[in-house]
Design a protein around this ligand. Structure first.
Ligand code: BDR
Ligand code: CA
Length: 395
Protein backbone atom coordinates (compact mmCIF):
# COMPACT_ATOMS: atom_id res chain seq x y z
CA UNK A 1 0.00 0.00 0.00
CA UNK A 2 1.32 3.47 -0.86
CA UNK A 3 2.68 5.43 2.09
CA UNK A 4 0.52 8.55 2.34
CA UNK A 5 2.54 10.22 5.10
CA UNK A 6 4.13 13.60 4.37
CA UNK A 7 7.89 13.22 3.87
CA UNK A 8 9.80 15.83 5.89
CA UNK A 9 13.46 16.84 6.09
CA UNK A 10 14.10 18.73 9.36
CA UNK A 11 16.91 21.23 9.77
CA UNK A 12 17.36 22.31 13.41
CA UNK A 13 19.65 23.60 16.17
CA UNK A 14 18.47 21.85 19.36
CA UNK A 15 17.61 23.91 21.52
CA UNK A 16 14.75 23.30 23.98
CA UNK A 17 11.93 23.97 21.53
CA UNK A 18 13.71 22.15 18.67
CA UNK A 19 13.39 19.02 20.83
CA UNK A 20 9.62 19.19 20.43
CA UNK A 21 9.98 19.77 16.68
CA UNK A 22 11.98 16.53 16.48
CA UNK A 23 9.42 14.70 18.62
CA UNK A 24 6.49 15.87 16.48
CA UNK A 25 8.24 15.13 13.18
CA UNK A 26 9.32 11.69 14.42
CA UNK A 27 6.01 10.59 15.93
CA UNK A 28 3.15 12.30 14.11
CA UNK A 29 1.33 9.51 12.28
CA UNK A 30 0.95 11.63 9.12
CA UNK A 31 4.65 12.54 8.90
CA UNK A 32 7.59 10.45 7.71
CA UNK A 33 10.82 12.00 8.95
CA UNK A 34 13.45 11.48 6.25
CA UNK A 35 16.39 12.86 8.17
CA UNK A 36 17.75 15.70 10.23
CA UNK A 37 20.46 18.22 9.47
CA UNK A 38 21.86 20.41 12.19
CA UNK A 39 23.04 23.97 12.18
CA UNK A 40 24.87 26.08 14.74
CA UNK A 41 22.61 28.51 16.61
CA UNK A 42 21.32 27.78 20.07
CA UNK A 43 24.79 26.35 20.71
CA UNK A 44 27.83 25.45 18.58
CA UNK A 45 27.35 22.97 15.73
CA UNK A 46 29.19 20.36 17.80
CA UNK A 47 26.63 20.71 20.58
CA UNK A 48 23.47 21.04 18.49
CA UNK A 49 24.48 17.88 16.60
CA UNK A 50 25.18 16.00 19.81
CA UNK A 51 21.82 17.21 21.15
CA UNK A 52 19.93 16.00 18.06
CA UNK A 53 21.55 12.55 18.39
CA UNK A 54 20.73 12.46 22.10
CA UNK A 55 17.07 13.35 21.55
CA UNK A 56 16.67 10.68 18.88
CA UNK A 57 18.19 8.25 21.36
CA UNK A 58 15.74 9.39 24.04
CA UNK A 59 12.75 8.70 21.78
CA UNK A 60 13.92 5.41 20.24
CA UNK A 61 14.46 6.87 16.79
CA UNK A 62 18.22 6.76 16.64
CA UNK A 63 18.48 4.05 14.01
CA UNK A 64 15.67 5.15 11.74
CA UNK A 65 16.44 8.86 11.37
CA UNK A 66 19.88 9.83 10.05
CA UNK A 67 21.51 12.99 11.38
CA UNK A 68 23.89 15.14 9.32
CA UNK A 69 25.93 17.95 10.82
CA UNK A 70 25.55 21.07 8.68
CA UNK A 71 26.83 24.63 8.83
CA UNK A 72 28.93 25.91 11.74
CA UNK A 73 28.38 29.57 10.87
CA UNK A 74 26.38 31.87 8.60
CA UNK A 75 26.88 32.04 4.82
CA UNK A 76 28.87 35.27 4.80
CA UNK A 77 29.34 36.17 8.45
CA UNK A 78 31.85 35.24 11.12
CA UNK A 79 30.72 32.73 13.77
CA UNK A 80 28.13 34.21 16.10
CA UNK A 81 28.43 33.58 19.80
CA UNK A 82 25.65 31.19 20.77
CA UNK A 83 23.03 32.76 23.05
CA UNK A 84 23.85 30.91 26.28
CA UNK A 85 21.39 33.04 28.24
CA UNK A 86 18.50 31.44 26.34
CA UNK A 87 19.33 27.72 26.09
CA UNK A 88 22.32 27.41 28.46
CA UNK A 89 25.89 26.28 27.72
CA UNK A 90 24.94 22.95 26.21
CA UNK A 91 22.01 24.29 24.18
CA UNK A 92 19.84 21.94 26.26
CA UNK A 93 20.53 22.90 29.86
CA UNK A 94 18.10 22.04 32.64
CA UNK A 95 18.08 18.24 32.83
CA UNK A 96 20.42 15.38 33.70
CA UNK A 97 18.23 12.89 31.88
CA UNK A 98 19.49 13.44 28.34
CA UNK A 99 20.86 10.07 27.27
CA UNK A 100 24.34 9.63 25.90
CA UNK A 101 23.69 9.41 22.15
CA UNK A 102 23.99 5.90 20.70
CA UNK A 103 24.69 7.46 17.29
CA UNK A 104 26.87 10.20 15.86
CA UNK A 105 26.10 12.25 12.79
CA UNK A 106 26.34 10.20 9.60
CA UNK A 107 28.94 12.66 8.32
CA UNK A 108 30.99 12.67 11.49
CA UNK A 109 34.57 11.98 10.45
CA UNK A 110 36.60 10.27 13.19
CA UNK A 111 39.37 12.48 14.47
CA UNK A 112 37.69 15.66 13.24
CA UNK A 113 35.19 17.67 15.17
CA UNK A 114 31.94 18.96 13.69
CA UNK A 115 33.41 22.37 13.02
CA UNK A 116 35.09 20.96 9.92
CA UNK A 117 33.44 21.60 6.60
CA UNK A 118 30.38 19.40 6.92
CA UNK A 119 27.75 21.75 5.55
CA UNK A 120 28.01 20.54 1.98
CA UNK A 121 27.55 16.89 2.97
CA UNK A 122 24.42 17.74 4.93
CA UNK A 123 22.99 19.66 1.99
CA UNK A 124 23.79 16.78 -0.39
CA UNK A 125 22.12 14.29 1.96
CA UNK A 126 18.99 16.43 2.22
CA UNK A 127 18.90 16.84 -1.57
CA UNK A 128 19.21 13.09 -2.16
CA UNK A 129 16.45 12.31 0.36
CA UNK A 130 14.10 14.92 -1.12
CA UNK A 131 14.79 13.83 -4.68
CA UNK A 132 13.88 10.26 -3.86
CA UNK A 133 10.34 11.39 -2.97
CA UNK A 134 7.65 12.01 -5.62
CA UNK A 135 7.50 15.57 -6.99
CA UNK A 136 5.26 17.87 -4.97
CA UNK A 137 5.24 15.67 -1.86
CA UNK A 138 8.13 16.50 0.50
CA UNK A 139 8.52 19.40 2.89
CA UNK A 140 11.64 21.03 4.24
CA UNK A 141 11.26 22.37 7.77
CA UNK A 142 13.84 24.68 9.34
CA UNK A 143 13.87 25.59 13.00
CA UNK A 144 17.35 27.11 13.27
CA UNK A 145 19.14 29.68 11.13
CA UNK A 146 18.33 29.16 7.45
CA UNK A 147 21.95 28.62 6.37
CA UNK A 148 21.66 24.95 5.34
CA UNK A 149 18.31 25.48 3.65
CA UNK A 150 19.52 28.46 1.63
CA UNK A 151 22.58 26.44 0.56
CA UNK A 152 20.32 23.53 -0.40
CA UNK A 153 18.18 25.56 -2.80
CA UNK A 154 21.14 27.52 -4.15
CA UNK A 155 23.13 24.39 -4.95
CA UNK A 156 20.12 22.44 -6.24
CA UNK A 157 17.67 25.04 -7.67
CA UNK A 158 15.63 22.29 -9.33
CA UNK A 159 14.48 21.27 -5.83
CA UNK A 160 12.45 24.48 -5.58
CA UNK A 161 10.04 23.04 -8.14
CA UNK A 162 10.30 19.53 -6.69
CA UNK A 163 9.36 20.09 -3.04
CA UNK A 164 5.84 20.58 -1.79
CA UNK A 165 6.75 23.30 0.68
CA UNK A 166 9.18 24.95 3.03
CA UNK A 167 8.17 25.72 6.59
CA UNK A 168 10.36 28.08 8.60
CA UNK A 169 10.29 29.14 12.22
CA UNK A 170 11.63 32.66 12.24
CA UNK A 171 11.05 36.34 11.99
CA UNK A 172 8.88 38.82 13.85
CA UNK A 173 6.26 40.98 12.17
CA UNK A 174 5.06 43.35 14.93
CA UNK A 175 2.68 46.25 14.40
CA UNK A 176 -0.27 44.40 15.94
CA UNK A 177 -0.02 41.47 13.51
CA UNK A 178 -1.36 39.32 16.36
CA UNK A 179 -2.23 39.99 19.97
CA UNK A 180 0.58 37.82 21.32
CA UNK A 181 2.68 39.20 24.16
CA UNK A 182 6.19 39.66 22.85
CA UNK A 183 7.76 40.54 26.18
CA UNK A 184 9.77 43.41 27.58
CA UNK A 185 13.52 43.92 27.85
CA UNK A 186 14.73 46.78 30.06
CA UNK A 187 11.13 47.97 30.23
CA UNK A 188 10.86 48.32 26.43
CA UNK A 189 8.24 46.23 24.56
CA UNK A 190 9.78 43.95 21.99
CA UNK A 191 9.10 43.01 18.36
CA UNK A 192 12.08 40.70 17.98
CA UNK A 193 13.70 38.54 20.62
CA UNK A 194 17.43 38.61 19.91
CA UNK A 195 17.28 42.36 19.29
CA UNK A 196 14.52 44.91 19.49
CA UNK A 197 13.63 44.19 15.83
CA UNK A 198 15.10 40.82 14.93
CA UNK A 199 14.18 37.26 15.73
CA UNK A 200 17.10 34.94 16.41
CA UNK A 201 16.92 32.49 13.46
CA UNK A 202 16.71 35.28 10.91
CA UNK A 203 19.35 37.48 12.51
CA UNK A 204 21.72 34.51 12.77
CA UNK A 205 21.92 34.44 8.95
CA UNK A 206 19.98 37.32 7.36
CA UNK A 207 21.52 36.72 3.92
CA UNK A 208 20.31 33.10 3.99
CA UNK A 209 16.80 34.24 4.93
CA UNK A 210 16.77 36.90 2.22
CA UNK A 211 17.88 34.39 -0.43
CA UNK A 212 14.81 32.28 0.39
CA UNK A 213 12.26 35.12 0.51
CA UNK A 214 13.81 36.74 -2.56
CA UNK A 215 13.11 33.67 -4.70
CA UNK A 216 9.56 34.16 -5.93
CA UNK A 217 8.87 30.49 -6.67
CA UNK A 218 10.26 29.38 -3.31
CA UNK A 219 8.52 32.17 -1.41
CA UNK A 220 5.19 31.02 -2.82
CA UNK A 221 5.80 27.60 -1.25
CA UNK A 222 7.00 28.99 2.08
CA UNK A 223 5.18 29.12 5.40
CA UNK A 224 6.72 31.47 7.95
CA UNK A 225 6.03 30.92 11.64
CA UNK A 226 7.03 34.19 13.32
CA UNK A 227 7.24 35.09 17.00
CA UNK A 228 3.84 36.79 16.63
CA UNK A 229 2.38 33.29 16.26
CA UNK A 230 4.66 31.28 18.54
CA UNK A 231 4.15 33.62 21.48
CA UNK A 232 0.52 32.51 21.55
CA UNK A 233 1.58 28.94 22.25
CA UNK A 234 2.93 29.01 25.80
CA UNK A 235 3.92 25.89 27.69
CA UNK A 236 1.93 26.93 30.75
CA UNK A 237 1.89 25.08 34.04
CA UNK A 238 -1.22 23.25 32.88
CA UNK A 239 0.49 22.17 29.67
CA UNK A 240 3.56 21.04 31.61
CA UNK A 241 1.29 19.01 33.90
CA UNK A 242 -0.32 17.35 30.90
CA UNK A 243 3.05 16.51 29.37
CA UNK A 244 4.47 15.23 32.66
CA UNK A 245 1.63 12.93 33.59
CA UNK A 246 0.00 12.14 30.26
CA UNK A 247 -3.66 11.91 29.48
CA UNK A 248 -4.54 8.34 28.73
CA UNK A 249 -3.84 6.15 31.75
CA UNK A 250 -6.97 4.99 33.47
CA UNK A 251 -5.95 6.02 36.98
CA UNK A 252 -6.03 9.70 37.72
CA UNK A 253 -4.34 11.54 40.54
CA UNK A 254 -5.97 14.00 42.89
CA UNK A 255 -4.71 16.75 40.58
CA UNK A 256 -6.77 15.25 37.79
CA UNK A 257 -3.90 13.99 35.69
CA UNK A 258 -3.50 10.39 34.70
CA UNK A 259 -0.42 8.64 36.05
CA UNK A 260 1.85 8.30 33.06
CA UNK A 261 5.02 9.94 34.30
CA UNK A 262 8.08 8.45 32.59
CA UNK A 263 11.75 9.35 32.33
CA UNK A 264 11.11 10.89 28.90
CA UNK A 265 8.23 13.01 30.21
CA UNK A 266 10.30 14.11 33.18
CA UNK A 267 13.14 15.12 30.89
CA UNK A 268 10.85 17.05 28.53
CA UNK A 269 9.25 18.94 31.40
CA UNK A 270 12.63 19.72 33.00
CA UNK A 271 13.66 21.22 29.66
CA UNK A 272 10.45 23.25 29.60
CA UNK A 273 11.07 24.45 33.16
CA UNK A 274 14.52 25.73 32.18
CA UNK A 275 13.03 27.46 29.13
CA UNK A 276 10.26 28.91 31.30
CA UNK A 277 12.83 30.47 33.60
CA UNK A 278 14.69 31.93 30.61
CA UNK A 279 11.53 33.56 29.32
CA UNK A 280 10.61 34.86 32.71
CA UNK A 281 14.11 36.22 33.47
CA UNK A 282 14.98 37.63 30.04
CA UNK A 283 11.64 38.66 28.56
CA UNK A 284 9.34 38.99 31.56
CA UNK A 285 6.96 36.37 30.15
CA UNK A 286 5.91 34.46 33.25
CA UNK A 287 2.99 32.33 32.04
CA UNK A 288 5.27 29.84 30.28
CA UNK A 289 7.79 29.72 27.44
CA UNK A 290 6.63 29.97 23.82
CA UNK A 291 7.26 26.67 22.07
CA UNK A 292 8.32 28.11 18.72
CA UNK A 293 9.80 25.30 16.67
CA UNK A 294 7.24 22.45 16.59
CA UNK A 295 4.76 24.88 15.04
CA UNK A 296 6.83 24.87 11.86
CA UNK A 297 6.45 21.08 11.77
CA UNK A 298 2.72 21.23 12.51
CA UNK A 299 2.23 23.60 9.57
CA UNK A 300 3.12 20.88 7.04
CA UNK A 301 -0.10 19.05 7.90
CA UNK A 302 -2.18 21.69 6.09
CA UNK A 303 -4.88 20.12 3.98
CA UNK A 304 -4.76 16.71 5.69
CA UNK A 305 -7.53 15.26 7.85
CA UNK A 306 -4.99 15.21 10.71
CA UNK A 307 -4.37 18.93 10.24
CA UNK A 308 -3.86 21.24 13.20
CA UNK A 309 -5.78 24.25 11.82
CA UNK A 310 -3.68 27.38 11.20
CA UNK A 311 -5.49 30.63 10.39
CA UNK A 312 -3.91 32.58 7.56
CA UNK A 313 -6.35 35.48 7.54
CA UNK A 314 -7.01 38.61 9.55
CA UNK A 315 -9.31 37.69 12.47
CA UNK A 316 -11.17 40.96 11.84
CA UNK A 317 -12.03 39.80 8.31
CA UNK A 318 -15.38 37.99 8.41
CA UNK A 319 -14.77 36.81 4.83
CA UNK A 320 -11.54 35.05 6.03
CA UNK A 321 -9.66 36.11 2.90
CA UNK A 322 -6.46 34.08 2.61
CA UNK A 323 -3.41 36.31 3.15
CA UNK A 324 -0.06 36.04 1.39
CA UNK A 325 2.98 38.26 1.97
CA UNK A 326 6.06 39.55 0.26
CA UNK A 327 8.84 39.22 2.84
CA UNK A 328 12.24 40.86 2.84
CA UNK A 329 15.03 40.91 5.39
CA UNK A 330 17.25 43.80 6.41
CA UNK A 331 20.77 42.50 5.84
CA UNK A 332 22.74 45.70 6.39
CA UNK A 333 24.76 45.72 9.60
CA UNK A 334 26.92 43.39 11.64
CA UNK A 335 25.80 41.29 14.59
CA UNK A 336 27.34 43.88 16.91
CA UNK A 337 25.53 46.73 15.18
CA UNK A 338 22.28 44.78 15.51
CA UNK A 339 22.88 44.40 19.25
CA UNK A 340 23.58 48.13 19.42
CA UNK A 341 20.21 49.02 17.88
CA UNK A 342 20.43 48.52 14.09
CA UNK A 343 17.52 46.84 12.31
CA UNK A 344 19.73 44.05 10.94
CA UNK A 345 17.75 40.81 10.70
CA UNK A 346 14.34 42.49 10.78
CA UNK A 347 11.72 40.76 8.62
CA UNK A 348 9.53 43.17 6.68
CA UNK A 349 6.23 41.68 5.51
CA UNK A 350 4.02 43.38 2.91
CA UNK A 351 0.50 42.10 2.38
CA UNK A 352 -0.07 41.10 -1.26
CA UNK A 353 -3.33 41.68 -3.16
CA UNK A 354 -5.87 38.85 -2.63
CA UNK A 355 -5.14 35.87 -4.85
CA UNK A 356 -1.47 36.70 -5.42
CA UNK A 357 0.99 34.01 -4.32
CA UNK A 358 3.56 34.72 -1.64
CA UNK A 359 4.66 33.69 1.82
CA UNK A 360 1.97 32.25 4.09
CA UNK A 361 2.23 33.76 7.59
CA UNK A 362 -0.50 32.38 9.85
CA UNK A 363 -1.85 34.68 12.54
CA UNK A 364 -3.39 31.97 14.70
CA UNK A 365 -3.95 28.25 15.16
CA UNK A 366 -5.96 25.74 17.17
CA UNK A 367 -3.78 25.79 20.28
CA UNK A 368 -5.57 23.10 22.40
CA UNK A 369 -5.39 20.77 19.40
CA UNK A 370 -1.65 21.48 19.07
CA UNK A 371 -0.96 20.45 22.68
CA UNK A 372 -3.14 17.38 22.33
CA UNK A 373 -1.13 16.29 19.31
CA UNK A 374 2.18 16.91 21.11
CA UNK A 375 0.94 14.83 24.06
CA UNK A 376 -0.02 11.99 21.74
CA UNK A 377 3.47 12.05 20.24
CA UNK A 378 4.97 11.72 23.72
CA UNK A 379 2.67 8.74 24.30
CA UNK A 380 3.95 7.07 21.15
CA UNK A 381 7.55 7.76 22.11
CA UNK A 382 6.89 6.37 25.59
CA UNK A 383 5.40 3.24 24.04
CA UNK A 384 8.43 2.75 21.79
CA UNK A 385 10.78 3.26 24.72
CA UNK A 386 8.80 0.82 26.83
CA UNK A 387 8.83 -1.77 24.09
CA UNK A 388 12.62 -1.39 24.04
CA UNK A 389 12.68 -1.08 20.30
CA UNK A 390 15.58 1.31 19.76
CA UNK A 391 17.08 -1.01 17.17
CA UNK A 392 13.92 -1.54 15.17
CA UNK A 393 12.95 0.79 12.41
CA UNK A 394 9.63 2.22 13.55
CA UNK A 395 9.58 4.78 10.79
C1 BDR B 1 14.12 30.55 17.75
O1 BDR B 1 15.40 30.78 18.30
C2 BDR B 1 15.78 29.72 19.15
O2 BDR B 1 16.07 30.21 20.42
C3 BDR B 1 14.64 28.75 19.19
O3 BDR B 1 15.09 27.41 19.13
C4 BDR B 1 13.78 29.09 18.00
O4 BDR B 1 14.12 28.34 16.87
C5 BDR B 1 13.14 31.52 18.36
O5 BDR B 1 13.51 32.82 18.05
CA1 CA C 1 15.55 26.44 17.01
Amino acid sequence: MADSRVPVWLDCDPGHDDVFAILLAAYHPSIRLLGISTVWGNASLEKTTQNACSILTAISKSTSVPVFAGAAHALYRPPMHAPTDIHGESGLDGTNLLPKPVITAANHHPGLNYQSNTAEEAVDAAAAALRSEPPGSAWVVATGSFTNVASLFTKYPELVGHVRGLSLMGGAIGGGFTRAVMGYVDGVPRVGNWTQYAEFNVLADPEAAQSIFGDEELAAKTTLIPLDLTHQVLATQEVRGLLLHGNTATTTTTKGYSQGKTELRTMLVELLMFFAKTYSDVFGITEGPPLHDPLAVAAVLAGLSSEIPFYDYDPADTGKTRERYEVSVITKGTYDEARAGARTGQTVAKLLPPGQEGVRIPRGLDIPMFWKVIEECVERADAANKAGLPFMDLN
